[in-house]
Design a protein around this ligand. Sequence first.
Ligand code: K7E
Ligand code: CUA
Length: 621
Amino acid sequence: MEAVMNTSRKRAVFLALAAIAATGLLTARCAPSGPKAKRAGAVSDTAAAAMKVYVAPGDLDEYYMFASGGHSGQVYIYGVPSMRHLATIPVFTPYPATGYGFDDDTKKMLGDLSWGDVHHPSLSETNGDYDGRWLFVNDMNGRIARIDLRDFKTRQIIGPVPNVSGNHGSAFVTPNTEYSVMASRFSIPIPKGTPVEVAKYATEYKGVVTGIKIDPKNGNMSIGWQIMMPPFDYDLGDAGKSASDGWVFFTSYNTERATGKLEVTSTQRDRDYIAAIDWRLAEKSAAEGKGTMIGGIKVIDPKTVPGLVYFMPCGKSPHGVDVAPGGKWIIGSGKLQGVTTVFNWEKVQTAMRNKDTTGDEDGIPVLRYESIKEAEVPVGLGPLHTQFGPDGYAYTSLFVDSAIAKWKLGTWEVVDKVPMSYSIGHLSAAEGDTEHPQGKYLVGLNKLSHGRHLSVGPSQPESSQLVDISGDKMKLLLDAFTEPEPHYAQMINANRLHPIEVYPKEENKHPLAVWDVKDAGLTRNGSKVLVKMVEVRSTITPTDFEIKEGDEVTLAITNIEQTTDMLHGLGMLDYNFNIVVDPGETKTVTFKAKKKGVYPYYCTNFCSALHQEMQGYMIVR
Ligand code: K7E
Ligand code: CUA
């Protein structure tokens, strides 16, 4: 399959678009941004931009973008450059469209929480580049989920992990996916469930940072190590790479250890910190059994392990920390400043070796800012996050300025700026946080959209803007509107992913799977009833069954299709479930038979000409 249009086709489409634009039709349609498009000479710019984002019917996008769904709890997949929403991966929130959170397995995985707040997708890496195996995403409720990119399904949720509170600095992975990390945004007294008045915040509240170990074979997550930290708000993280491999970095704010109105109380000092953690030493310490049991897990006090944690002072109230390709430059963005700070990893290591410090925080050495800083780059107001290009350029989002600044690593020169509409948060460049960024595209993930779309009332969508970064000057190509709320997103070249579209029959090891309609039917064990069901065009077998009021019923549904896109659903009226079963898959749903009566069930996913006939009756006596 061809991922991009061939050149002659592109030229044909370009000429067609140029012709439309020349007659003014295209610009008239783009009314909200009309004034810019109507300027002399702008018509061809518009046509050129349209050409860049146009993916003709039947053609495929060049990149997948996985965007966090924020407090929707989901992950959204967009194609780039079209910016079309391709699919939703339900993660922390039930999603009837795919039956997620209604069948027994996913219901159990979600546990008691039916909301999550996803901020940072993190694609698995090998040698610092995306390897297309898994996607990890954090939830503020102390959890990380693993999505398998073989089938784009959430396969594991770990947590809530003990002692972690407000898991924002997550789910960043190390360069060979050894660990995905977690950090507390809201320090609390630990273990959880210890009520202590806020007046004792500075001494009795604690943050923790945690390494979630990832099994290299199957991606299985388990708790690796946890480190106790002073009561700051740990915000964002990134793993060191190449030169700085073996370390993870977390920004922190409220190093004042203040309470109350943090907008005032936590912005008193000129500098807060980036915590640098030697994760190999953390791993070794955990293996040696170091730490104290708190909340059911061992927590390491950094005082007892010299060299485990250092603080790097950074501009006040920093947000993002981003490690450049090669790992030498560590960029910390102080969101209340007009500059972003670049640290030189060689200087940081020298300062660590020489004990070049200005003090400590609960026994953790604070390195001397002047000794580790390489540059303060005047990118503009409110720098939040940085991504990278293939050519030594960095791109920093400026929340206050509503713009993206492009600057050069090494010379620290700001070479270009492009305005965003409006209030950009994260930004995502094509493989822009790996060892080998691909350039080409960058998406600004904006917080506000202010009338750049048809009004949909007070609940407004978020806005994302696609920017062409292939040339010297950044060029805005397209506005797109996204579900709440894409904090961060990652963009991976489509050629790295090879998802299956059917579960092969021979791989289905589900103990309740049935592959022949003859084997479908009901078995009873006391008041427990098991109904093995088969779905295939265009019958649900059995087409009816009888049970007794109060029975505990398990439906085990196998979709025996082996054809792409041949999904079947199973919804039952008056019962709180709708299941969707993919080709070759088996799912179970367990429920109590309530009141006597007749309850129709039917296939909810339109599958065939006789989809409407795919129905049956459950009779409760
Ligand atoms: Cu919205 Cu990464 Cu949670 Cu910045 S975070 S913008
Ligand atoms: Cu099966 Cu609709």
